[in-house]
Design a protein around this ligand. Structure first.
Ligand code: NAD
Length: 483
């Protein structure tokens, strides 16, 4: 048994447990398709158990002062940091993401815990001078039991960083890791068992259709936060609405434009466009700038340079420091990406580089695809309109800004956008006309802690990573005092 970790228990009510099903799901290393660990195959009964435990736990947690909650969260963060190397090894083997940039994930998770621990005092209410003979007050109360459903691209980071706000606000959390990369959550379960009060942090593994759906439909979970695909987001909204009124926030997919004006340096743009694509996660990033829109004056120069850089990216074992791209996360992702590449070819885009499996012994098994660039992409093509969530960059040209804005906004998504020009006035005007929740000017890619992240249109509802996220885990209660 070549398992990379022995950790294989869910966390329910402070206990490391198997599933009531008694069954297990094995997780595969996407680089070679070997089984590298197992997790309990959770059931609806497990969800019920976790909700009962969380219900028992949250009132005492919410009754602690923000300072006390913050101290517990910081101590939890330190314990996560102590096991960072072990988490990293498991996460890289289980996701296929390359080790070098993946080092940042645990650090970012701990930074988020510390950030929300620090701002918990901002769970403030207001006094409103509505009438002279009253004191009108608002107070913020936690929902109680909340759920966080996590995608496969940054499992441990999302499980920690994106639950910190809910914990700071006094809630108990149920985390559902992704089924194709669930192993790091089993280490997290051990750490949380030691570091957090029983029942305020629960981890339930299993399929989306069983465990995810049971979480969404549980009537005692009124607040659900989801990161994943548009299709699943819509399914969650529908399922939740069949049960009761719930507060559902969604961080969904993107098909993000990078709009480049003719005053830019082609070398700089080529480097930025490759970085913005997040090839280090095989393009499996919601914020990837997967639609590159070049002004026709610099189109040829940039396409030539990008083709050169992308064709030289080092695809290889994600555990090796020098690898710049690993395998796709799963067989399903591999099929989906290959299908998109096929459609790009069939619809007449020009394949500038990539488009196939790399050659060599290392790539015989596993979900490998070469980093791919399509030029001369037409906005009617599927590769322009739909999120591929893979290492495929689509490039098109423009010559009038009105046409460029129409192109940029002409998809169902509105997550991020990048605008490149030396003319700041032009950049700001363009930013004002782009329907996206997060825009970079002369940059692409990074998130900044404390700065809200989230999408417009079908890219989502709600904003995370700033104070707004923490407040979204509370309900406002008004108290009117007659004087
Ligand atoms: P997915 O929607 O397939 O799955 C996400 C999670 O939902 C998994 O844990 C899965 O088990 C669970 N799930 C599946 N069906 C469910 C159901 N019916 N009810 C409840 N839960 C269910 O997404 P994925 O393939 O893991 O991730 C890729 C997607 O995530 C992409 O579209 C990407 O853009 C998006 N994403 C968005 C952000 C963001 O911040 N906007 C960040 C990362 C990823």
């Amino acid at each position: 048994m070549g398992y990379v970790t022995k950790a294989d228990r869910m966390l329910i009510g402070g206990e490391l447990v198997e599933s009531t099903s008694g069954s297990w799901d094995e997780s595969l290393n996407p680089a070679n398709e070997s089984a590298i660990g197992r997790v309990p195959a959770g059931t609806k009964a497990d969800v019920d158990r976790a909700v009962e435990a969380a219900q028992r736990a949250w009132p005492a947690w919410a009754a602690r002062s923000p300072k006390e909650r913050g101290e517990v969260m910081r101590a939890f963060g330190e314990k996560v940091r102590e096991r960072a190397e072990e988490i990293l090894q498991v996460e890289v083997a289980d996701t296929g993401n390359t080790i070098n940039p993946m080092r940042g994930d645990v650090g970012h998770a701990v930074d988020s815990l510390n950030y929300y621990a620090g701002i918990a005092h901002e769970l403030k209410g207001e006094t409103i001078p509505a009438t002279p003979n009253h004191l009108h007050l608002t107070v913020r109360e936690p929902y109680g039991v909340v759920a966080r459903i996590v995608p496969f691209n940054h499992p441990v980071m999302f499980a920690v960083a994106r639950t910190a706000a809910a914990l700071a606000a006094g809630n108990a959390v149920i985390v559902k890791p992704p089924e194709t990369s669930p192993l790091s959550a089993m280490i997290l379960a051990q750490i949380a068992q030691e570091a957090l009060p029983a029942g305020i942090f629960n981890i339930l593994t299993g399929s989306g259709a069983t465990v995810g759906d049971a979480i969404v439909r549980h009537p005692e979970i009124k607040r659900i936060a989801f990161i994943g695909s548009v299709g699943t987001g819509l399914a969650i909204q529908r399922a939740a609405a069949e049960v009761c009124v719930k507060h559902v926030t969604l961080e969904l997919g993107g098909k993000n434009p990078m709009i480049v004006f003719p005053d830019c340096d082609p070398d700089e743009i080529a480097r930025a466009a490759v970085k913005g694509m997040n090839f280090t996660w095989q393009g499996q990033s919601c914020g990837s700038t997967s639609r590159l829109m070049l002004h026709e004056d610099i189109y040829d120069a940039v396409v030539e340079r990008i083709t050169d850089i992308v064709s030289r990216l080092r695809v290889g074992d994600p555990m090796r420091e020098e690898s710049e791209m690993g395998p796709l996360n799963s067989a399903g992702q591999y099929r989906k990406v290959m299908d998109f590449i096929e459609s790009g070819r069939n619809e007449g885009a020009r394949l500038a580089t990539g488009g196939s499996r790399p050659e060599g012994e290392l790539f015989r098994k596993g979900y490998w695809v070469r980093p791919t660039v399509f030029a001369e992409v037409d906005p009617k093509m599927r590769i322009w309109r739909e999120e591929i969530f893979g290492p495929v960059l689509s490039v098109c040209r423009w010559n009038s800004i009105d046409e460029a804005i129409k192109l940029a906004n002409g998809v169902e998504y509105g997550l991020t956008a990048a605008i490149w020009t030396r003319d700041l006035k032009n950049a700001l005007k363009t930013a004002g006309r782009i329907n996206a929740g997060h825009i970079w000017i002369n940059g692409a890619g990074p998130h900044y802690l404390g700065v809200p992240f989230g999408g417009m249109k079908n890219s989502g509802v709600g904003r995370e990573e700033g104070i707004e996220e923490m407040l979204s885990y509370t309900e406002t209660k008004v108290i009117n005092i007659v004087l």
